[in-house]
Design a binder for this molecule. Structure first.
Ligand code: BJW
Ligand code: ZN
Length: 270
């Protein structure tokens, strides 16, 4: 039986029929929860008693790159072994059907890509676990800009042990500049998001016309993604939230669908 109140579903479906409706989907870790990947906040959001939030920073990587790599090594293995769930597929299908559709995914697990989500209809605003990039470290003026090296790697396990202290010398060097360290190609706190990606989303937000912001499985704590629903609302668009918690009021949502994204998303986008 559907967990969604029929009247709520009917009113949402009739809005979906609005001619020339533009859709922005904001994706968070809750989308991949049913694929067995841990979310950041709440139960399972901790690793070796450390809050993921204290590990996902350039300062943490600079201080102890081996420790931070052990965390990402585990995350990479889990993500590569996981499978997309029905919600990833439903969003990928909706993206193909709807002309003006854009997803802003905070997830770095690659599951939307593997579900066949069209590449031109999604931006991975926090990067990807499958990407490696260059980390130059710090000098007196702060973080040194990297040489720009980036590579895709879905196979490699780093040559570091899963437990215990890992000396800096064991971290593979950047093959381009030969001085930087290889780091996961994700966006940490305090780092800027890709400018082209930000511009594209900003441009999307500024176009006129009927719009829907569909917020799926994100706690709305991390910016800039946390601001998108309000930006859509401010310009007269509507907001729908799918979350295992009732987060609708917080987002000023017109529709709040409470339940597992893997069940609810396919149902509301049918
Ligand atoms: C389910 C479910 C199920 C569970 N079904 N639902 C403006 C105001 C204040 C601060 C800032 C601001 N602008 C920038 C900042 C600073 C900072 C920030 O936001 N700080 C806040 C914490 C206050 N932002 C940044 O630094 C960003 N950079 C930036 O803006 O650059 C310019 C700038 C810099 C400095 C100052 C000002 C401007 C970068 C943010 C990068 C975040 N990176 C991380 C780590 C990525 C790598 C990795 O994966 O390790 O991204 S942090 C982490 O949080 C990860 C996630 O993508 C992100 C969001 O988490 P998400 O997806 O919401 O997960 P949860 O766990 O929080 O929520 C899960 C939800 O699912 C919950 O609601 C559950 O109920 C639900 N759920 N099971 C449906 N089955
Ligand atoms: Zn380099």
């Amino acid at each position: 039986p559907s967990p969604i109140p029929p009247a709520l579903l009917t009113s949402f479906h009739s809005y979906l029929l609005t001619p020339n409706l533009r859709i922005l989907v904001v994706i968070g870790a809750g989308l991949s929860a049913a694929s067995g990947l841990a979310t950041f906040r709440g139960a399972g959001g901790h690793w070796r008693n450390f809050d993921a939030m204290t590990i996902a920073t350039p300062e943490a990587f600079n201080a102890d790159p081996g420790f931070v790599w052990q965390f990402y090594q585990m995350r990479r293995r889990a993500a590569f072994a996981a499978k997309p769930n029905p919600a990833h597929y439903a969003l990928a299908e909706a993206a193909k059907r709807c002309r003006d559709f854009l997803a802003a995914s905070q997830n770095v697990d690659g599951l939307s890509r593997r579900a066949g989500h069209p590449e031109d209809k999604i931006e991975y605003i926090h990067g990807n676990l499958s990407t490696l990039s260059c980390f130059q470290g710090m000098d007196y003026g702060g973080f040194v800009e990297s040489c720009g090296w980036k590579a895709e790697d879905q196979t490699q396990d780093l040559p570091i042990p899963d437990e215990g202290v890992v000396p800096r010398e064991m971290i593979p060097k950047c093959p381009n500049c030969k001085t930087g360290l290889q780091r996961p190609g994700v966006v940490w706190f305090g780092e800027s998001l890709d400018e082209k990606v930000m511009d594209r989303i900003q441009d999307w937000l500024e176009v006129q016309g009927p719009s829907l912001c569909l917020v799926v499985g994100t706690s709305g704590r991390v910016y800039p993604a946390a601001a998108y629903a309000k930006a859509v609302k401010k310009r007269g668009g509507k907001v729908a939230v799918v979350d295992i918690e009732d987060r609708g009021a917080e987002e000023g949502a017109d529709w709040s669908f409470v339940g597992d994204a893997a069940v609810v998303v396919p149902e509301i986008l049918k």
